[in-house]
Design a protein around this ligand. Sequence first.
Ligand code: GTQ
Length: 350
Amino acid sequence: MADAINQKISNSRADFYERIGEQSMAPLWEVMRGLVTPEPDSPCVPALWRYNDIRPHIMEAGALITAKEAERRVLVLENPGMVGQSRITRSLYAGMQLILPGEIAPGHRHTQTALRFVIEGSGAYTAVDGEKTLMQPGDFVITPQWGWHDHGNDSDAPMVWLDGLDIPIVQLFDAGFSEHYETNKQPLTRPEGDALARYGSGLLPVDQEMGAVSSPVFNYPYARTREALETMRLTDEWDPCHGLKMKYVNPVTGDYAMPTMATFIQLLPKGFEGKPYRSTDGMVHVCVEGTGETEIDGKVFAWGPRDTFVVPSWARHVHKANSGDTVLFGFSDRVVQQKLGLWRESREDC
Ligand code: GTQ
């Protein structure tokens, strides 16, 4: 009897859903639980890309297509939980870009913001808005939204860098525009190092306005960053979860260096054993120096120099450094979440 009644209800509901579907409507109560969750329920899974494993494929791509034909010769680091979606977390894209000696990646611009984190090679360049910067391993380089940029390699060895872009965020807003530059290379109007001297030396032009959302410093050289970490460590004050962790900032505003991606550098001293931590920003890490491991939701990922790994939103994790000092670069959408009042972290209940 009860079964028959339930069947009747279920049939009339199915019939109702079909009829309202024709009016482009749907019942919230059938999907509510997946929409408004008690805590983040991310399709992103923890993952590690060991550079030694992926490098042969990156080099193989170099033999299959030129940087010019590909426009950007990049192997996307796709999160295994979101196959086919060209993203490493729900909100961020990452890929390994290769430029061989003598190649150029032609000029273009787009509303997506990009960061480059140099993994291998030395002396290839990126030109942004009339200034060229030569890149070294560990340098963090910014391509601001809608800025013309082209890349090239006048050195005699391949260069590989990690691209981080806010492609899924721009997609979310349907706000993507792009265009090609009329020639491969843009004209250079400022000498190399101008931006760093003008904006990254504890000085600013006297009438500098607050305007731009991205930092005018577009290369944060690793040599400077590393030296800063080395001096700061002398005070011997270590965060129990993060070791010594700093954010890259826009010197004009004091905010994060880019509007959609927060970037970090972190020193874990020899033998560091972190306490558990989680936050709502899924974080992409690159190991620059040292070796260590990160336990993410109970699974251990052991990494070394040039390896990339991703910690999903709200995943409990613990960093450990092995016998040497370790430096980790990181990027996430924390800057956006903080602007929207969404960002949360927890050290206690995880
Ligand atoms: O270098 O401009 O990995 O436009 C993806 C899209 C790099 C770039 C990527 C891009 C670029």
